[in-house]
Design a protein around this ligand. Structure first.
Ligand code: SAM
Ligand code: DTB
Ligand code: SF4
Length: 362
């Protein structure tokens, strides 16, 4: 039975168990709820890169930091279709389109994103978007177009979030998740480890996710990819043991969810990744690129699957395919809302320093 009343103390006790006991428990829960030899494969596509107005301390796409990424305007529907077809032929069941936006704005660009959603759904692939904050009306329009999942990460505990991002609050993230929950779109929400947070913060994030009712259908666990120019550029990479513990704990407290081994896989050995699959990870991001940083080569991933006897999960195995409503038949009209999102307004020293350095460099 899925519990929604997990406490931080309980989660910490699980995270800190002797590793072999933790692995055994997580693998047992995994087998009770999933086929342990199936892994869901998502392909990331950065449909709009860089130039973001937010100050997320981990992100190379924040305009205020000086990073070595190539920014791009919104891709065209035909470019997206070509990439989705490529992803499908390499065994991927889902395309996750990411945009470096603070929030969705009604207008031509969002209309184009809706058309991308319709196009990919018609290719019989699961479509996910991660576009920043959305209102209830925007979530409903995405659902109507055939969106399968919306990714919006809590990223850390509520307490540590304030140390990483000053331009929005935890409650804004929760509000968007709530708006998505008012539709039949599934929720994908997870976080990052290795940003300098404590184990307590990791447990705090898992409490926030596991006490959502329903729990997110997928939970990406990212290891920070420290990027030069960002406030977190000097963070030490997390060890594989921390990743395994985080994956196993996530699996135990969210038994039904697809736990996704996300950013940071290029630093993990094949054996390390295998242990994460054993600990309950049953999804990956595939493709030689995440959004702006490298990811293992698809062929390498497929070779690893072969070695481990893993099979890519087929699309819509967990939930049936949504129907696509064409733009002309849409029930929902754009409301042109100006969201009243909070801006905590406090200053984060390391973010300010990175911004200053960027000004000097530009
Ligand atoms: N702008 C949207 C938003 O913030 O929700 C969508 C794109 S944003 C890049 C999606 C997620 O990528 C973030 O929530 C964060 O978890 C992850 N991410 C960004 N930069 C990262 C990094 N350097 N290392 C690991 N994960 C990262
Ligand atoms: C998520 O949790 N991880 C993905 C996806 N959701 C959008 C993004 C990882 C980005 C890593 C840094 C980059 O490549 O820019
Ligand atoms: Fe913008 Fe998303 Fe990056 Fe934050 S994580 S700077 S909101 S693209």
């Amino acid at each position: 039975m899925t519990r929604h009343d997990w406490t931080k103390e309980e989660i910490l006790a699980i995270y800190n168990k002797p590793l072999m006991s933790l692995l055994y428990e997580a693998a047992t829960v995994h087998r009770q709820h999933h086929d342990p030899n199936k892994v869901q494969v998502s392909t990331l596509l950065s449909i709009k890169t860089g130039g973001c107005p937010e100050d997320c301390g981990y992100c190379p796409q924040a305009a205020r930091y000086h990073t070595d990424i190539e920014g791009n305007d919104l891709m065209s529907v035909s470019q997206v279709k070509a990439q989705a077809l490529r992803a499908k032929s390499s065994g991927s069941s889902r395309v996750c389109m990411g945009a470096a936006w603070r929030n969705v704005k009604d207008g031509e660009e969002f209309d184009n994103v809706l058309e991308m959603v319709r196009t990919i759904n018609k290719l019989d692939m699961e479509v996910c978007c991660t576009l920043g904050m959305v209102t209830e009306n925007q979530a409903k329009r995405l659902a109507e177009a055939g969106l399968y999942a919306y990714n919006h990460n809590l990223d850390s505990s509520e307490e540590y979030y304030k140390e990483v991002i000053s331009t929005r609050g935890y409650e804004d993230r929760l509000e968007t998740i709530d708006n998505v929950r008012k539709t039949n779109v599934t929720v994908c929400s997870g976080g990052i480890i290795g940003m300098g947070e404590s184990i307590d913060d990791r447990a705090g994030m898992l409490v926030a996710l596991a006490t959502l009712n329903p729990q997110p259908e997928s939970v990406p666990i990212n290891a920070l990819v420290p990027v030069e120019g960002t406030p977190l550029e000097e963070q030490q990479k997390v060890s594989i043991w921390e990743m395994i513990r985080m994956v196993a704990t996530t699996r135990i407290v969210m038994p039904e969810t697809q736990v996704r081994l996300s950013a940071g896989r290029t630093d993990m050995s094949k054996e390390g990744q295998a242990m994460c699959f054993f600990a309950g990870a049953n999804s990956i991001f595939a493709g030689d690129k995440l959004l702006t940083t490298p990811n293992p080569d698809v062929n390498e991933d497929m070779e690893l699957f072969k070695t481990l006897g893993l099979e890519p999960q087929k699309p819509f195995e967990k939930k049936s395919q949504p129907k696509t409503v064409e733009a002309e038949q849409s029930f929902y009209k754009p409301l042109g809302e100006k969201p009243k999102w909070s801006r905590p307004g406090h200053k984060i020293e390391r973010n300010e320093e990175a911004k200053l350095k960027a000004k000097v460099a530009k």
